[in-house]
Design a protein around this ligand. Structure first.
Ligand code: ADP
Ligand code: 5GP
Length: 206
């Protein structure tokens, strides 16, 4: 019996380490799929179209909104970001577990439409370290840096809407926690009702 995949939502302030953690998680669990978002933000040096994001312009993004092509979308730090709906739906139907690395506005929309998703919030050890990490990444203008730090305070308040909070202090510890959350979520009885029913009734090995 095939089972629908797990939808995993990862949020947290810019610089908390979401991207770094996702990459490590995907190396450890290659069966996981990462949803590639569409954005109007310009690419950073080294970012690849179709790998990090699908980069597009505002006109095309707004056309995609009108056509209902997004599972969720939001304006974050003055740019549009959105999750292509079709890809996510296909992966879930094929039983694949998929990660969305999205902001808190997008996560709220996913919670409305897909309440059985797992919501994980990544926290930095403290604000000073958050600032250091964004600076170290060297990707932002002064204006974008200030906006991201200013937004962090508001974003951190959203942690109470999530199922899990993971502090990304020691990278290895944080990845282990993410892996553990996913493993535990996949073992939940509620997610395995059909399989367990068959196993009990017909003695099928799980
Ligand atoms: P986000 O995707 O949340 O914006 P990134 O994954 O880009 O954050 O991480 C921001 C910066 O912090 C990167 O330079 C990354 O190498 C660094 N970083 C991430 N996690 C840690 C950690 N646990 N300890 C130290 N530096 C980290
Ligand atoms: P960055 O510009 O640093 O790559 O991302 C900025 C913010 O946009 C981060 O909080 C990131 O999680 C969020 N983001 C990335 N993709 C999406 C998306 O598809 N939808 C939403 N709502 N937010 C996204």
């Amino acid at each position: 019996m095939s089972k629908r995949g797990l939808l995993i939502v990862l949020s947290g302030p810019s610089g908390a380490g979401k991207g770094t953690l996702c990459n490590l998680l995907l190396q450890r669990r290659p069966e996981l799929v990462l949803s590639v978002s569409v954005t109007t933000r310009p690419p950073r040096p080294g970012e690849v179209h179709g790998v990090n994001y699908y980069f597009t312009d505002v006109e095309n993004f707004e056309r995609m909104i009108e056509k209902g092509e997004f599972l969720e979308w939001a304006k974050v730090y003055n740019n549009y970001y959105g999750t292509p709906k079709k890809f996510v739906e296909e992966q879930l139907q094929q039983g694949k577990d998929i990660i969305l690395e999205i902001d808190i506005q997008g996560a709220r929309q996913v919670k409305e439409n897909c309440p059985d998703a797992v919501f994980i919030f990544i926290l930095p050890p403290d604000i000073e370290e958050l600032k250091n990490r964004i600076k170290k990444r060297g990707s932002e203008t002064k204006e974008s840096f200030d906006l991201r730090i200013k937004s962090a305070e508001e974003e951190l308040k959203a942690v109470s809407d999530y199922d899990y909070a993971v502090v990304n202090d020691d990278l290895e510890e944080a990845v282990k926690k993410l892996e553990s959350i996913i493993i535990a979520e996949k073992c939940k009885v509620i997610r395995n009702k059909d399989l367990l029913h068959c196993a009990c009734k017909e003695g099928i090995k799980l």
